[in-house]
Write a protein that binds this ligand. Structure first.
Ligand SMILES: [Zn+2]
Ligand SMILES: [Zn+2]
Length: 643
């Protein structure tokens, strides 16, 4: 017999070799029908795998991330099974689950799979899922696995097998399909009730442009049809909010082939919006004791050899810039940190000077493969709201707390309401992976944990996810459509102070090494604006939005009066424009609604006589007639609630 400890702490006894499904059945039949996988001593396994010794067990259903992952991974196998039936001889690459669904990379040889084929493949998948085929797991020797794929002539699986160790290889089979796979999988295919293949893309084998391009088929599945419907509606909404589409409609940014791929050009409205974001952050930073610095866009190669960035990223990024002088080489700045280290070093520092906080909106350049570029979220040149804090080890906790406060202030001002803080700590077993003394790590990790404790933040702790140079805290934000984005990050660093030999003189008159904190609440302005556009669907918070008002004259003869009103409102720090086109006011209202201007002020004979404004709010309609002073007070109040 074995003892199984459940998440609530209760211990139950089962026959040796019982499965997670057996455990679920002993609790309730309903639960057993919903178990997709299980977590055994922290490791996700098949719910049908026999358990041989005492263990802790968590049953995973659709409500758990790992449950969804298992289902989507299993769906990828069904996709592959359907493809093998429809396209005999097709070769298979990899088929992992992703954040929303799964994909499979395939090589159909001379056959071209098109969007038009997806419905047919979907149908086949549904037919196979309904067969209620169980998944089974088999350990297999490497030689046998190689023989299997040699016979199938699948060079991709053979390539994968190359990197696997004998004794660790498993095959999973459902129906007529067998795949090289670590698992785990759902008990049988009938859990999958709704299937949608979403799109096709080209994908180089192992992500390498030198390799053959395979066809990547994306899909998603659900245990209930109505969940698929809801998901498709969400995708529709996401399409409407796509920042590339809205960026064009709202005149915020553009790209030019001639300027170069991945190099955004900010248009006047976008540039002003970005400037407001910068000013907002600069003001908050000044109040929090940051000091502004400015550094150039390039630095000598030597600088990045010292920092270690050259060794790590040099080969895969922009190559050094040479000059007419022999041996003189510069790099486009991939990070601001080394420049800031040199500013710290520009004079002797005493313990009394610390903490020192250098802030810069620093533009950096990183080479991304052209296939990876995406609107403003993946670009080759971007501006970080960067800052580096140099402090004594005992100051780390305090500094961390203050940075968290700043990040939360930013999120509130931009109406991000749901977020989690992910604390990434080291894996204590893996000594080789990290630099810096155990004592310092202990201190820094404790400092992060302590500073998060009082903040009321939802947190998750991930062991082994720290950077090699220190632990970190990442903010994962959920947008209005429930999608997760990683935004702000705060990182502790022992590495760069070491490499740049940074020092301060302590109260003991001895030289000490400061600790460095890197932080960027926005991350990069480009990415942040992209996420913000999609989060608010282009309806920016009032303080940030390009035009707060559109003044709409009822007819051309009021154009001049309207311009006077605009001048008056400008004095109250309210910005906008007069729509003096020769159009009906109904058309002007519709256009202002489309361009998401928060307030429309309609002015005609009556308003001019009474010195009032007829006010319409975007998405709401008429909100009444008021004097200019009243209206400006309304705007001021709405802004003050956020910033
Ligand atoms: Zn698999
Ligand atoms: Zn940095």
């Amino acid at each position: 017999m074995i003892n199984i400890t459940l998440p609530d702490g209760s211990i139950r006894e089962y026959e040796t070799g019982a499965t997670a499904i057996d455990v679920a059945k002993s609790i309730s039949e309903g639960l057993a029908r919903n178990v997709l996988a299980a977590k055994l001593n922290g490791k996700v396994i098949d719910a049908f795998r026999p358990i041989e010794s005492d263990a802790s067990l968590q049953l995973l259903t659709w409500n758990d991330d790992e449950g969804k992952e298992t289902m989507w991974h299993s769906s990828a196998h069904i996709l592959a099974e359907a493809l093998e039936e429809l396209y005999p001889g097709i070769k298979l690459g990899i088929g992992p689950p992703i954040e929303n669904g799964f994909y499979y990379d395939v090589d159909a040889g001379d056959t071209v799979i098109t969007e038009g084929d997806l419905v047919k493949i979907e149908k086949k998948m549904t037919e196979l899922a309904r067969q209620k085929n169980g998944f089974s797991r088999r350990e297999i020797s490497k030689a046998e696995a190689i023989a299997h794929y040699k016979e199938k002539n699948d060079e991709y699986k053979l390539d994968l097998l190359n990197g696997l160790e004998d004794g660790n290889i498993t095959f999973y089979t459902q129906g007529n399909f067998t795949d090289l796979c670590r698992g785990p999988h759902i008990p049988n295919t009938s859990f999958i009730k709704a299937i949608k293949l979403l799109s096709l893309a080209g994908a180089y084998w192992r992500g390498d442009e030198k390799n053959k391009q395979l066809t990547r088929i994306y899909g998603i599945t659900f245990p209930k049809a109505k969940e698929l419907t809801a998901h498709l509606e969400l995708l529709e909404e996401a399409k409407k909010r796509d920042h590339r589409k809205l960026g064009k409609e709202l005149d915020l940014f553009t790209f030019s082939k001639k300027v170069g791929q991945g190099l955004p050009l900010w248009l006047p409205k976008g540039a002003m919006l970005r400037e407001r974001l910068e000013n907002f952050m600069k003001k908050a930073q000044l109040e929090a004791g940051y000091l502004p610095v400015i550094t150039p866009h390039i630095g000598s190669k030597e600088l990045y050899v010292t920092s270690g960035h050259y060794a790590k990223y040099g080969a895969d990024s922009f190559q050094p810039i040479t000059t007419p002088n022999d041996g003189e080489e510069f790099l486009l700045k991939p990070m601001n940190c080394p420049h800031h280290c040199e500013i710290y070093k520009s004079r002797p520092r005493s313990y009394k000077d610390l903490p020192i906080r250098f802030a810069e909106f620093g533009t950096v350049y990183r080479y991304e493969q052209s296939g990876e570029l995406h609107g403003l979220t993946r670009v080759r040149g971007f501006t970080q709201d960067d800052a580096h804090l140099f402090c004594r080890p005992e100051q780390v906790e305090d500094e961390f707390k203050k940075v968290i406060e700043l990040v939360l202030y930013v999120f509130k001002a931009l109406k991000f309401e749901e977020f989690t803080a992910q604390i990434s700590l080291r894996d204590k077993e893996d000594k080789e992976k990290y630099i810096g003394s155990d004592e310092n790590w202990e201190k820094a990790e404790q400092a992060i944990l302590n500073s998060v404790k009082g903040s009321g933040l939802k947190t998750v702790v991930e062991y082994g996810e720290a950077a090699f140079y220190g632990p970190k805290l990442d903010f994962m934000v959920k947008d209005a459509l429930g999608r997760k984005w990683q935004l702000g990050t705060i990182q502790v660093d022992y590495n760069l102070p070491e490499r740049f030999e940074l020092e301060y003189v302590g109260s003991d008159d001895q030289r000490h090494r400061p600790v460095m904190i890197h932080r960027a609440p926005f991350g990069s302005l480009e990415r942040f604006v992209a996420v913000l556009i999609e989060h608010c669907g282009g309806n920016f918070p009032l303080w940030l939005t390009p035009d707060q008002i559109a003044i709409l004259p009822l007819s051309e003869k009021y154009n001049e009066n309207c311009k006077e009103v605009l001048n008056l409102l400008n004095k109250y720090d309210i910005r906008g424009f007069v729509d003096d086109r020769n159009e009906k006011v109904g058309k002007k209202i519709r256009d202002a609604e489309v361009s998401k201007v928060p307030y429309m002020l309609i002015i005609g004979e009556k308003e001019i006589e009474n010195g009032t404004l007829a006010v319409r709010k975007h998405g709401e309609g008429d909100i009444g007639t008021m004097k200019v002073e009243e209206f400006s007070a309304l705007i001021k109040k709405e802004i003050e609630e956020l910033v």
